[in-house]
Design a protein around this ligand. Structure first.
Ligand SMILES: Cc1ncc(COP(=O)(O)O)c(C=O)c1O
Ligand SMILES: N[C@@H](CCCC[NH3+])C(=O)O
Length: 422
């Protein structure tokens, strides 16, 4: 957890003690490091330097406006999958001309809004979607920029819930069918085929599947070029993994080097390169801080019951994902093993099993690598208001999303008693 360091006995993010944040704004809370986010973005930019390129942050990983604004200010583009994400990008000052729109189920309303704003490109995932986009662009009197998301039928070697590049997955268009669409592009008078896109899954810790996918897709791009269909960009999606426990994911530099080497091998180095990283930008920049409410010992187990639950961070419950658990105050004494569990009424509400800790009730625990798919996947299950989000910036911190209130829990609802007139 390089974003965190102990100073004396206290755990710091940048120059702020996590326990100080919690004592001021309460628990649980997500805490993000602006420096870590900026460093990760710059690592992509530096690796890409010599190639015309655009880093489109995958908003789904964490759509907090303060993080989006940080990335927009650095010049990032954005990969969105819904109108809601588009509105977030706009609210954060993102440039629609740097937005790519992915997703298998874009509605008419979403397409219309994105066309009116003049987004960079639609990553189209089916022939039916092509037809719909063509019609809507026609009614608006514009040409929609299109990149087909192809499904290369490659095993990403990741958790099967987050693998997207196999032919049985719902994502993308089979390669041969996509090639036919490009060749018959004139059938769609209101579309302009500008790029090709491929995203095979998330949390990839090996370069090989990325290389395999490129080796299937790029020869087709070269073939299309020979046939007179000149695309201007290749979008390689996201998916670069991070280290949660003992994984050894490739560095950003090694990943970018592989992509550039494959483009050059197929004579496509002049194409613009688009990337859609999510996790690799934000996972390590964030933690979830939570207080130990109770320590409970039974014949079978010792539990640390914390005030965050699976509704706040679902990855361990949903994927069996391992995330680090560290005490915000280092105590001396023998470590004991705890199952770190939340208050939610589900046996899956476990953040970690058998974790060695030296803690007392009231202590703050810090769940690491929680910046990606943490708050973004949170819910109010068990009628639990969602946590606050905080951005650390050097020695200062800002609440960038206030904790939800009990009024927030019931917002928009009303009571209708039997016999009421509508
Ligand atoms: C189309 C698309 N692009 C980008 C991403 C971001 O993936 P990751 O967070 O693994 O970089 C995803 C999510 O897997 C995605 O579905
Ligand atoms: N939610 C997943 C990643 C999904 C990626 C979505 N395309 C995770 O936490 O690992």
């Amino acid at each position: 957890m390089s974003v965190l360091t102990y100073r004396d006995e206290r755990l710091f993010m940048e120059d702020v003690a996590l326990a100080d944040i919690v004592s001021m704004i309460g628990s649980p809370c997500y805490v993000y490091s602006r420096r870590a986010l900026t460093d990760a973005y710059r690592a992509f930019r530096e690796a890409l330097d010599v190639q015309r390129s655009l880093v489109c942050y995958a908003v789904k990983a964490n759509g907090n406006l303060a993080l989006l604004a940080t990335l927009a200010d650095l010049g990032a583009g954005f990969d969105i999958v819904s109108r809601g994400e588009l509105e977030r990008v706009l609210a954060a000052g993102g440039d629609p001309a740097r937005v790519v729109f992915s997703g298998v189920g874009k509605t008419e309303g979403e397409m219309r809004r994105a066309l009116e704003l003049g987004i960079r490109c639609f990553n189209v995932e089916s022939v039916a979607e092509l037809a719909r986009l063509d019609t809507i662009a026609g009614t608006l009197g514009v040409r929609a920029p299109v990149s087909l998301r192809v499904n290369p039928d490659v095993d990403a070697g990741t958790h099967h819930y987050i693998a997207t590049g196999l032919k049985e997955n719902k994502f993308g268009i089979p390669l041969a069918e996509a090639v036919a669409c490009y060749r018959e592009g004139s059938r769609y008078p209101h579309l302009s085929f500008v790029g090709i896109d491929c995203h095979i899954g998330s949390q990839l810790t090996d370069l090989r599947p990325f290389g395999d996918a490129l080796d299937r897709v790029l020869p087709e791009v070269a073939g299309l070029r020979r046939a007179g269909v000149a695309l201007t960009h290749v979008d390689v999606g996201g998916g670069l993994g991070v280290r949660y426990r003992d994984e050894r994911p490739p560095t950003i530099a090694a990943y970018v080097a592989l992509v550039r080497e494959r483009l050059a091998a197929h004579g496509l180095q002049d194409l613009e390169l688009i990337l859609e990283p999510g996790r690799a930008l934000v996972a390590a920049a964030g933690v979830l801080a939570t207080r130990v409410e109770y320590i409970k010992e039974t014949d079978a187990k010792r539990f640390a019951i914390v005030d965050a639950g699976m509704n706040d961070l679902i990855r361990p419950a949903l994927y069996g994902a391992w995330q680090s658990v560290t005490a915000a105050r280092r105590r001396v004494g023998p470590a004991r093993e705890y199952d770190v569990v939340g208050p939610v009424c589900e046996s899956a509400d476990v953040f970690g099993r058998g974790r060695p800790l030296v803690i007392e009730s009231g202590d703050i625990l810090v769940i690491g690598e929680a910046g990606a798919y943490g708050f973004a996947m949170s819910s109010q299950y068990n009628a639990r208001p969602r946590p606050a989000e905080v951005l650390v910036d050097g020695a200062r911190f800002h609440v960038v999303r206030r904790r939800e209130t009990y009024e927030d829990l019931m917002r928009g609802e009303c009571v209708v008693r039997a016999g009421s007139r509508s």
